[in-house]
Design a protein around this ligand. Structure first.
Ligand code: GRF
Length: 221
């Protein structure tokens, strides 16, 4: 990339992952320009985070469109106005149509709060507790048409503790989300991370499995 990576971030809620990208861009750790933040909900707190950082925000409500196809077309038109190199889904609570996903093939990332392929979909923390798993975590992946099933770039693992409830486990996982999402975005922005026909390439080498980190480990560069 001959310019700083142009990033559009899509949110629906709090935007704590968005905040880590804003902070990383501001202090120079991330070679990105967040060119706009788009929410499907006008009350998403992440919009305030963006506004505070003087990033343009847009709200496009799914309620104003008759179906998913029309909404996704309008959303894509809005995104394309900003000519992003990368689309970052950061708590965007919408299922995306295949046409939308295909349009951003290889340039759209998501973070999911589980060790994929375990626990696709919602309520992942509760499901990990109920399944009696000793470990849980989060995954950053390229987005493909199947929900939460795209190739995984990096995962962080956390222990599930005996007295964990959904909220305590979610907090432990989120603190790891805030480490690995900026790292994956940085790799992409530096041109080191690519989705190729046969899988993910990082620094020119195919990843045979996701990069895995633990809470007590320092992150790779
Ligand atoms: C995160 O837990 C992420 O894993 C999931 O949605 C949540 C977004 O949180 N996809 P925030 O809005 O970034 O605080």
């Amino acid at each position: 990339m001959s310019h700083r990576c142009r990033v559009v971030v899509l949110i629906s809620g709090s935007g704590s992952n968005l905040q880590t990208l804003i902070d990383g861009a501001a202090d120079g750790r991330l070679p990105i320009d967040i060119v706009t933040v788009i929410s499907n909900r006008a009350d998403a707190y992440g919009l305030e985070r963006a506004a505070r950082a003087a990033i343009p925000t847009r709200v496009i409500s799914h309620r104003d469109y008759p179906d998913r196809e029309h909404y996704d077309q309008a959303l894509a038109a809005l995104i394309d106005d900003y000519q992003p190199d990368l689309v970052v889904l950061a708590g965007f609570m919408r299922i995306l149509s295949e046409a939308f996903v295909d349009r951003y093939h290889g340039r759209m990332l998501n973070i999911h709060p589980s060790l994929l392929p375990l626990f696709r979909g919602l309520h992942t923390h509760q499901r990990a507790i109920e399944a009696g798993h000793g470990e849980h975590g989060c995954s950053v992946h390229f987005v493909t048409p199947d929900l939460d099933a795209g190739p995984v770039i990096i995962q962080a693992r956390v222990p599930v503790l005996p007295d964990d409830d959904e909220a305590s486990l979610a907090r432990r996982v989120q603190s790891q989300e805030h480490r690995i999402y900026p790292l994956a975005v940085k790799w992409f922005a530096q041109g080191r991370l690519r989705l190729e026909a046969d899988g993910i390439a990082l620094d020119g080498r195919l990843l045979h499995e996701p990069v895995r980190v633990r809470p007590d480990e320092s992150l790779p560069d």
